[in-house]
Design a protein around this ligand. Sequence first.
Ligand code: PLP
Length: 424
Amino acid sequence: MTSRRDCEALDAQDPLAALRAQFTLPAGTIYLDGNSLGVLPASTARRVQEVVTREWGEDLITSWNKAGWIHQPLRVGTKIGRLIGAREGETLAADSTSANLYKVLSAALELIKRDGAPQRRTIVSERQNFPTDLYIAESLAAQHGFTLKLVDAEEIGAHIGAGLAVLMLTQVNYRSGRVHDMAALTRAAHAAGALTVWDLAHSAGAIPVDLNGAEADFAIGCGYKYLNGGPGAPAFVWAHRRHLERMDRDGLWQPLAGWMGHAAPFEFSSAYRPAPGIARFACGTPAVLSLAALECGVDSVLAAEPLGGMAALRRKSLALTNLFIRLVEERCAGHGLELVTPRDESVRGSQVSFARAEGGYAIVQALIERGVIGDFRAPDVLRFGFTPLYLRFADVWDAVEQLRQVLETGQWREARFNVKAAVT
Ligand SMILES: Cc1ncc(COP(=O)(O)O)c(C=O)c1O
């Protein structure tokens, strides 16, 4: 049996412990939801305040040049790129994940069409993929004359074949935390003549990702989860150079061809000419305040680089999730919690989910009242995210102790925990 003292000993030896000081964490809260909304870096409020009062308040419109606002999407994108195996200037921070998916999936479908393989008209995705991805894909499939085929995770390999146009997957499943093998699936898709689109919402800042190493085609992801960019933070978009070069050569547009993706927006030409490289995936004016906050969040993850970077974060993340699984199974046995997340750590993201036939939502609410914040994903999943930047092993022990008490006392049955809020 692991004791709290054992956990404190792990914290004392944790080489990443100092990173916690970067954040403003509310006292008495154990935050197990950084996979949904990352915490607030201490630098963010100062930086946003500076952008508001000095760059906007005093320097006004001159800040587009003077403070470099215009370069923010590529500058912040390049920082995110360091976490996902992109080269400098290959990643753009802009818009939402949904909007970026719309852009890259359209581009992928257009490239397939140009290749003149009329039998290749299926987009394959996982039935359990995050709904926005499925809605966007369904909408694009209808527009472009493709079919969206949804399959279970275990069946994906069997659907990589002659009819496949695009394999569109979220690398780490939002509900189960299961990780797809990006390199192997990309290789298989390419061997079948198809392209891949990867949603890295639960990967960027959570697990090591190597887009170029995997030869992936397109990728998108969220800024407000493990990147700590703040609520509604801009998302990011990446495309492999070979596609960007081809889009340049063939004069291909992305569908949201706004002026900020123009090669020379301040020529105000009435003719669209896409910017070279990833910059063509910009659409309208950058969200300067949100990008400033996102940059602080990304910097909080990059602060791990001198300590071993994503590999070191991954080691601690797995130690935290392994500990959580073990403690829940030791201390909450007999309470109907069923592990949904893979026990095999090589295919586990940075979260742990348990299904429970009854009361999942109410149990999470009771935990939140006790200062342990996780979330609930319908129909029956209690989901807990583990961000190694600030979580301690003793936090894991304390969280499980609260869960044990909620289950043993049956406190979650109280009426107030069973009233569903708009956001779960
Ligand atoms: C896998 C995945 N994709 C996309 C999104 C959300 O996209 P957006 O930022 O456009 O709301 C989420 C949100 O949780 C997600 O989990």
